[in-house]
Unconditional design. Structure first.
Lengths: 330, 204, 330, 204
């Protein structure tokens, strides 16, 4: 295992130690595995919490910040946080106006967050929940609710965070978060695996000249595995999957996220973006705030994902509103 | 287990038996779960029972509150599905027994029914999906009408064994194993085996 | 070669196409291999240009932006830009107050930038030059001027950019840039190699359980190669090299950059930072604006570098002054 | 090469000969450079001569301006050390011949001396460091006093061959090869070989 770490079992806690030491202006530890904004809970503002397994920075914890999340519960690498930590995160985010649980659609996370919601309810904290389920490779469009949540999460965080910042009530923040989640479609492509520290060996193996189209951010199997294609062919196929799911309508305003799963450098992302942007524009879309970089990752996995987020007059200003965390400033 | 009714003391005895057995049970459950899932079921059982063990001494006499503290201990320690479902079951028992210090043994099937309902709701699974639910349902049916804990455990044990046999040849329909459903034919569901081992441990 | 690209020979140009398409508010193409701020040249402001080989994003081009660089010349991967492009960058940055050439100490770059300076001089553009030479592993402290320039570049850009923004004259901007460059010490450690697209195979090979201490950002050989150590041992040794070169004096105010060479994820950087920060503090230093992330990279190379930048009353406010580019906002 | 003096026409003839030869010369130079450097010397020669070839037809009669346009063509195309040093040499010749349309052959050693001085300054290298400088110096000495281009090229060719032999057993002291200085003992310096091949090509 080629990683810079101490004891594999200490990976997550030491990572959080470093994160909070480096950026106390963004991240405050509420419990061993719970991080909040230093100014949370903010009285009268709807709180937004998320959570999930570690190994995806900036997802999930990294997006705690102004105009984004109020608190986050952190699990082991690729494993759900505990119900208890989720409940703690909800409490830390609760400024009296209710709390939205906004996270990715993974079985364990869903059960735990639901249970944490029940606990919060017993404590008279009103909560709602929105699941991000944007990975078009993980289920057909007639079973959208079964899709995994991947990089589209970033748009949902940003838009919900701005809605909460604007002082909207819980029901509105929840509606807008759901609308943002529904507006996102993502597909990934992997070139290499990654290693969960406590497992010590790669999550899967893939040939020296192979890629996997449609793979998930924990290395879940994709649509096909085969010979590595040229960048333009990869981009073309990824766009094909995304646009088959939601075709472009003339006049569409889209944000595009070309995301590295970790090891893939920005140089390669820009090569992809160079192909993607003109195709979308030729189809009649206008691109708004393109994002190119590492927004949702799988540690040292090589690969990319492409997300399209279809905006409207309600979502666009929320996406463009100011926000800041250690990993992203808008 | 020969007391007249289920009390907080029963929870203490049961809890410490499970905690004592967990280390021995873990490897088998990890291996089973590793064949179709992520191989952490044994660890989950260790974490859950270990966390419960820490609260046993201080449990209140109110059986409902005692169940609740056990549930909370599990939520703190075990975040894999089985841990969350165990906590869900304990919480449903807590709600059903709140305010009582003695719960008659004949209430056991009803408590199991409550747990089954809560787990169904939490995990969005049904009977027949080849999960721990099917083992719980077998136990519920087997204990119905019995009013002695030893007899109840013996009946549950036998019923779960039968359920395991009945489900072995069928595919898993929920949880991690769902994606590989066909590969699960011929394998026991790890969560069902876990419940069998729990019952065996309680029998002593 | 596991990379997402089209023709290897088009790697750099397609990357620049994507970069300028995605971020026109930051980057404008002046020539095929020259990028400038859209508002450059800024009348009356000292211009700052840099340049170097591709494959190090955000270095060099990424740091074109307000409060940073005015223009940049871009070479092939790991190769010097042409004299001609450097001269074009100098012209693009020239707002009449002179231009500072600020770049890393590599033989080819130095010859080319000197020659570009001669050309600019013939055109009556006043220029100065500051070389960043911060890699302590590449030469002993009595031959500091021979050291390679690595991640310390980022501090030199930031501080010189702020000085130019403040309206200081060329001589002052040059002095402060030199002071910033002199204030930086860096050491790298590599876990894997990277592949230059046109070469098609890794620049070096390294064993599955090996690391190389002191390696350069093109894979130049380091101090030793051996078995991968635990994070704390790596951090301890890196700090040892840095502090041997410039010991901490009580009351020091230091900025620290824990930088990924590419594939190494932020999780591992935070594990290192967790060790580094308390050691510096225990030695009597106060940490100012710690930076943890990917600031100077080698494509998909796994590894890290640690930079210490010793601040004083003159440098600190310049480091903290606002700046923005697509990769970094201060 | 039998003209009375060096004119822009001389540059045209020389430039096209080099461009024609470059593809043949490149593999050997890439290989040599690959042993101790980054293996791009042949490519650099191709890029530099190719860029020069494009400007040859349009060169002005002022030899100085013609040299300058050649220098600029090289700076556009070839950014490796050898390209930059070649451009540096051309620029120094440009400064020395500016305003003249005829440069007597007896000026060649002085032009070489000027190139050597500029390259020394640009590359911070000295004679004896086993670089293209040592080959240029050998050519300068060999051409001193000769006033016929064919004789000058023949003398330079022989002198560079001697210099290569003399330096082979010594280590490289500048450029990329410096880091591996000891590994360069017994190998020819790629830049010196490049100059030898250039002279050979000009002899035809
Ligand atoms: N949604 C569900 N409903 C009911 N039982 C479930 C569900 N998901 C998992 N299980 C049970 O839990 C067992 C696996 O537990 P565990 O290893 O903790 O799950 P995981 O590691 O996948 O989160 C399964 O064998 C099954 O019996
Ligand atoms: N600083 C220098 N001074 C003089 N000659 C040099 C210098 N650096 C390189 N050379 C010459 O250039 C040759 C290598 O050229 P080239 O391959 O273009 O260099 P690189 O690829 O390292 O930039 C060397 O063999 C040497 O003769
Ligand atoms: Mg499991
Ligand atoms: Mg699990
Ligand atoms: Mg070379
Ligand atoms: Mg070169």
């Amino acid at each position: 295992m080629k990683k810079i770490l101490n004891e594999p079992s200490a990976y997550v806690d030491e990572m959080l130690d470093g994160l909070t030491l480096a950026h106390p202006e963004f991240y405050q530890r509420v419990a061993k595995r719970v991080i909040k904004r230093p100014d949370a809970p903010i009285k009268g503002k709807v709180g937004i919490v998320s959570g999930g397994g570690s190994g995806h920075l900036p997802v999930f914890t990294g997006y705690v910040g102004a105009g984004l999340l109020d608190a986050c519960a952190i699990g082991n690498v690729f494993a759900s946080p505990s119900v208890d930590d989720m409940a703690t995160a909800i409490r830390a985010a609760n400024g009296g106006a209710g709390v939205l649980r906004l996270y990715g659609n993974y079985g364990g996370d869903v059960m735990n967050f639901d249970m944490a919601g029940d606990i919060a309810e017993m404590e008279d904290i009103e909560t709602t929940s929105v699941l991000v389920a944007d990975d078009v490779a993980s289920a057909k469009s007639d079973e959208r609710e079964k899709r995994r949540g991947v990089a589209g999460m970033v748009y949902a965080y940003k838009i919900a965070g701005a809605a909460a910042d604007a002082g909207l009530p819980l029901a509105e923040v929840t509606r807008l978060a759901q609308k943002a989640a529904d507006a996102c479609r993502t597909i990934g492509a992997g070139l290499s695996a990654c290693t969960v520290p406590q497992a010590g060996k790669p999550t899967f193996s893939i040939g020296e000249d192979e890629m996997e189209m449609g793979l998930g951010i924990h290395g879940e199997p994709g649509v096909w595995r085969g010979k590595l294609k040229p960048a333009d062919a990869i981009a073309e196929e990824m766009l094909g999957h995304l646009l088959a799911d939601r075709p472009i309508r003339s006049g569409d305003r889209l944000s595009v996220l070309v995301n590295s799963l970790g090891a893939t450098p920005p140089e390669e992302l820009y090569i992809l973006y160079r192909y993607i942007a003109p195709v979308l524009q030729a189809a009649g879309a206008e691109i708004v705030m393109p994002l190119v970089g590492r927004y949702a990752t799988s540690m040292e996995m090589a690969g990319v994902s492409v997300t399209l987020c279809a905006l409207d007059a309600e979502l666009e200003p929320l996406l463009l509103a100011p926000a800041s965390c250690a990993f992203w400033t808008v | 287990m020969t007391a007249m009714a289920l009390t907080t003391e029963t929870l203490r005895t049961a809890g410490s038996r499970l905690a004592a057995a967990a280390d021995t049970l873990a490897p088998e459950l990890n291996t089973l779960d590793g064949q179709i899932g992520d191989g952490d079921l044994g660890v989950t059982l260790q974490l859950a029972t270990g966390a419960m063990a820490e609260v046993l001494l201080g449990l209140p006499d109110d059986v409902g509150l005692a169940f609740m503290q056990c549930a909370q201990a599990v939520t703190r320690a075990a975040s894999s599905s089985f841990g969350t479902l165990l906590a869900t079951a304990l919480m449903s028992a807590a709600k059903a027994t709140k305010g009582r210090t003695d719960v008659p043994w004949t209430d056991i099937p009803a408590l199991l029914a409550g747990a089954i309902a809560s787990i169904k709701q939490r995990g969005k699974a049904d009977l027949g999906d080849k999960t721990v639910l099917d083992a719980l349902e077998a136990a519920r049916l087997a204990t119905d009408g019995l009013d002695d804990p030893a007899a109840q455990l013996a009946a549950a044990d036998a019923a779960i064994a039968e359920a395991l046999e009945a489900f072995c040849g069928r595919p898993n329909k929920v949880g991690r194993a769902r994606i590989w459903a066909d590969r699960t034919i011929g394998l026991d569901d790890p969560g069902m085996v876990a419940l069998k081992r729990i019952v065996e441990s309680l029998r002593g």
